[in-house]
Write a protein that binds this ligand. Structure first.
Ligand code: SF4
Length: 285
């Protein structure tokens, strides 16, 4: 049986940078707080926790003083930076530059004088850390929509500026644009900004090519990863024998029975070592 790991799967540069920053600090001091999971992969979080990383919530951060806190690639709203200032917390900022740019663009849209300000609409997942960071740039005013059905909350007689969470699918974003254009009142400005991260979007084609070339696909991802769900769906589209697993312990031997080739791939939050473990488990059956 041929077992191959997809070389284009695994950490994106935003996650690589966040983990490098965490490891550098942990080597120096042995302890570091991180606001939220550093990556949506519980096995990788556990590996870093064993080195001294302590994952905290916003409520827990509010109780801390005079410590260092790492902000992960998803970014944070301005309120988190204010809290850090109040509590004399040193921020190690690992916000991905792509997210940072998006935050700045939304902030600029919102800074337009009130009577000329467009409705800021964000195509994304409500409550997702990145989306919370984006909404925070608008004092909570941005309208977050997860699908076309939720567009009813938007006023089509007023100007609209549409943005997207970085990990959403290009197809979904295009559908939202088409629907807004269809419903917009005549002559009212509608601007849309494609802010989808190409580290994710560009993977789709390569991933589907990889998925087509194997009898069975094992897609390795943490259960909390939005990007993982999207990319898993992309594999499933072209190869119905695609299975989602968090790690090697979840492999069902029946899936690979009689297969000539098995492909292993993952999300932008899937560490390479986890995919290697899956490969090893299959080969050592
Ligand atoms: S997916 Fe893109 S935007 Fe998100 S952390 Fe990775 S590189 Fe940054």
């Amino acid at each position: 049986m041929r077992v191959e790991i997809d070389n284009d799967s695994g950490f994106c540069f935003g996650v690589v940078t966040a983990i490098r920053k965490a490891e550098e600090e942990l080597e120096k001091t042995g302890t570091l707080y991180c606001l939220g999971d550093i990556v949506h992969n519980s096995d990788e979080v556990q590996r870093l926790s064993d080195k001294g990383l302590r994952i905290i919530t916003h409520e827990e951060m509010a109780q801390l003083h005079d410590v260092k806190v790492l902000l992960r690639a998803h970014g944070e709203p301005p309120a988190t930076y204010e809290l850090a200032r109040r509590n004399n917390i040193e921020i190690i900022d690992a916000t991905c530059p792509v997210v940072l740019r998006l935050q700045q663009r939304i902030k600029q849209s919102f800074a337009t004088t009130e009577n000329r300000r467009p409705q800021i609409v964000i195509y994304g997942k409500k409550g997702h850390a990145e989306v919370n960071g984006l909404v925070g740039q608008t004092a909570g005013e941005a309208i977050v929509i997860e699908n076309i059905a939720e567009l009813d909350r938007v006023d089509f007689t007023r100007p609209i500026a549409l943005y997207s969470q970085t990990t959403k699918s290009l197809t979904g974003f295009k559908e939202v644009i088409d629907e807004i254009q269809r419903r917009m009142a005549p002559g009212v400005p509608f601007q849309n900004y494609d802010t989808i991260c190409r580290q994710v979007a560009n993977r789709v084609e390569k991933l589907q090519h990889f998925a087509r070339n194997h009898d069975v696909i094992l897609f390795v991802t943490g259960k909390k990863s939005s990007n993982g769900k999207v990319l898993y769906g992309n594999c499933l589209e072209v190869n119905p024998a695609t299975h989602l697993i968090s790690n090697a312990s979840e492999i069902n031997p029946e899936w690979i029975e009689g297969a000539d080739s098995v492909g292993i791939c993952g999300a932008t939050s899937t560490p390479r070592w986890l995919m290697e473990e899956v490969k090893w488990k299959i080969l050592s059956r």
